[in-house]
Ligand binder design. Structure first.
Ligand SMILES: [Zn+2]
Length: 566
């Protein structure tokens, strides 16, 4: 078993913190005999001997009893085969009246059953077995016994009880073991099955820590009421779930709180794209300057926007009955369908060369050349100190998609055709959220947050302890620039021409392709000399870089793909 997580709860005496003291008795290695008593058993539907035995087995083999070690429990529990006794319990409750208690009738009848099982050797030799614990599930026809006050009104309902079976013998140690009963009718807000396991867990931990009524762990302060004062009684107002079984927390003296030893809980978020449908604008054109080596020209492009949808799912191992809360950028999402407006940006057509296709040495060459052209409208975002891949990504992310479409053009977000917000269409269903955006909504990214908490947690007067939070960034690229074939050809030519330079194949003095070369660009002799010198010194380096270049382009292709698929 993985290390259990101890959830803690205030007791039902809070803010008073009760104290407990041990008097020696405890069950170190409980020998658990479960008995089903009544003609109903083995039962049908949801309430059966098989189902309850599975639940008990889960309870005693899972993390639930881990907190009992502070009381001297060592474990493991030896869970015996159940005894099914279909005889009628014939429990006769006294009629309601002043100061009447029906509880003793249930305990007395159970004692009678256990006594006959012992005398008939139906439970094997129990004479020196002080680790024995006999817990009896009563027939579901038997109602919860009640207590009545001096006025004859109901003052309490009892779901289960435990006590000691003791027969003294002459010249031999007494026969002594723990036993108890559990009702199996539905409770308030609990099915009969859940009510039965919930009560069973209470009686079991109390019998382990105080098997013989008063000689084990008992509450020392504050003074406890009648029929209480054990480690379950101060924590009996909460129903929790461990390994799918409803159980009760119990008092932990080390934790000074009610504790629920349980499996660890964790959540994480996955996202998958469930829709990615393109919508293209009419063809537009933009001036693209590929630099002095290649020239500039007007190229066709379309704005491609996407209808994107992502499905966000939370995984929640360890949680039993979680409730999920969802947020986008901190704003809570209602269950069902809703819409949300978020800031968005538009990408505009570029006028700068895509230097990501060039090798590092070429970029540096071009960088040094373009350094003298500052203010002329050229843009080159390169950080010579960055690793190659980072520099390439910077170019890809910023240079290509950053500049306005037209010289002197207004920022893209001021374009009245392109709103700077995006509308998300959201559908929340428990652990799954669907988010759709576009077409025509720009580029929008946001943070999706999920909070999980068990449904029993945070009840009035208790402290939330099962809450966990996880977040995921969702990036929806709803708009991008798709260049036409002329641009693709020009970029290819530019790439090849620049390669010739870098590879020592000669410098193209006159820019050619793409588009219409601008007449004003003349490279003077001094520049040309510098260029040749740089080319010479870079030659050897380039032998190495040509191999890296292929890898770099592959990486770029990969990163671009990632970017387009949020
Ligand atoms: Zn109790």
């Amino acid at each position: 078993m993985a290390t259990p997580q101890f959830l803690t709860f205030p007791s039902n005496l809070a803010p008073v913190v009760p104290t407990f003291a041990g008097n020696g008795s405890k069950l170190e290695h409980p020998d658990l005999q479960v008995v089903f008593w009544g003609p109903y058993w083995p039962g049908s539907g949801q309430l059966t001997v098989g189902g309850l035995m599975q639940a008990v087995s889960s309870m005693v083999t899972g993390p639930y009893l881990e907190g009992m070690k502070q009381y001297g429990y060592v474990g493991p529990v030896n869970l015996r085969q159940p005894i099914v006794n279909t005889g009628s319990p014939n429990i006769a409750y006294p009629a309601p009246g002043p100061n009447v208690s029906q509880v003793n009738a249930a305990l007395g009848a159970t004692y009678g059953l256990v006594d006959s099982l012992r005398q008939n050797d139906a439970m094997g030799d129990v004479t020196s077995n002080h680790d024995l614990l006999v817990l009896v599930f009563l027939d579901p026809s038997i109602p919860f016994p009640q207590t009545f006050n001096a006025a004859g009104a109901s003052s309490g309902t009892v779901f289960g009880e435990h006590s000691k079976y003791e027969v003294s013998r002459i010249l031999a140690p007494a026969i002594r073991f723990a036993y108890g009963w559990v009702c199996t009718q539905p409770g308030v807000g609990l099915s009969a099955f859940d009510q039965a396991t919930w009560t069973f867990s209470h009686e079991m931990v109390e019998a382990i820590s105080n098997p013989f009524v008063g000689s084990g762990w008992v509450q020392t302060s504050p003074a406890s009421a009648a029929n209480s004062g054990e480690i379950g009684d101060v924590c009996n107002n909460t129903a929790c779930v461990v390994d799918s079984i409803v159980v009760q927390p119990y008092w932990g003296i080390q934790e000074a709180a009610c504790i629920l030893p349980t499996e660890g809980r964790i959540i994480w978020i996955d996202q998958t794209q469930s829709k990615h449908v393109p919508h293209d604008s009419p063809t537009q054109s933009a001036l693209v300057d590929m630099g002095p080596l290649c020239g500039k020209g007007n190229f066709d492009y379309v704005e491609r926007t996407w209808d994107n949808a992502v499905t966000v799912t939370v995984s929640h191992p360890g949680y039993q009955v979680p409730i999920f809360s969802w947020f986008i950028n901190g704003k809570p999402l209602p269950a069902g369908n809703s819409t949300m407006l978020l800031p968005a940006t538009w990408e505009a057509a570029t006028r700068t060369i895509d230097f990501s296709l060039l090798s590092d040495s070429i970029k540096e060459t071009a960088d040094s050349r373009l350094a003298g052209l500052a203010g002329s409208g050229h843009q080159l975002v390169l950080n010579p100190g960055s690793p190659l891949a980072n520099a390439a990504l910077r170019v890809q992310d910023h240079a290509v998609f950053a500049a306005p479409a037209t010289a002197g053009g207004a920022p893209a977000t001021a374009d009245p055709l392109h709103a700077n917000t995006a509308t998300l269409r959201i559908s929340v269903f428990s652990s799954v959220v669907s988010i759709e955006c576009g077409p025509g909504q720009g580029n929008v990214s946001f943070e999706v947050e999920c909070q999980a908490v068990e449904n029993w947690d945070g009840n009035a007067g208790t402290t939330v302890t099962t809450k966990q939070t996880n977040r995921a960034s969702v990036d929806m690229t709803n708009q991008e620039i798709i260049w036409g074939s002329a641009y693709q050809q020009a970029a290819k030519n530019c790439y090849e021409n620049t390669h010739k330079v870098a590879g020592g194949g000669g410098f193209p003095a006159i820019p050619h392709n793409p588009g219409d070369p601008e007449q004003g660009i003349v490279i003077n002799q001094v520049d040309k000399m510098k260029e040749v010198q740089q080319v010479e010194t870079l030659k050897e380096v380039n032998q190495v870089h040509q191999l890296q270049e292929v890898q770099q382009i592959n990486q770029l292709g990969h990163s671009v793909q990632n970017k387009k698929l949020p």
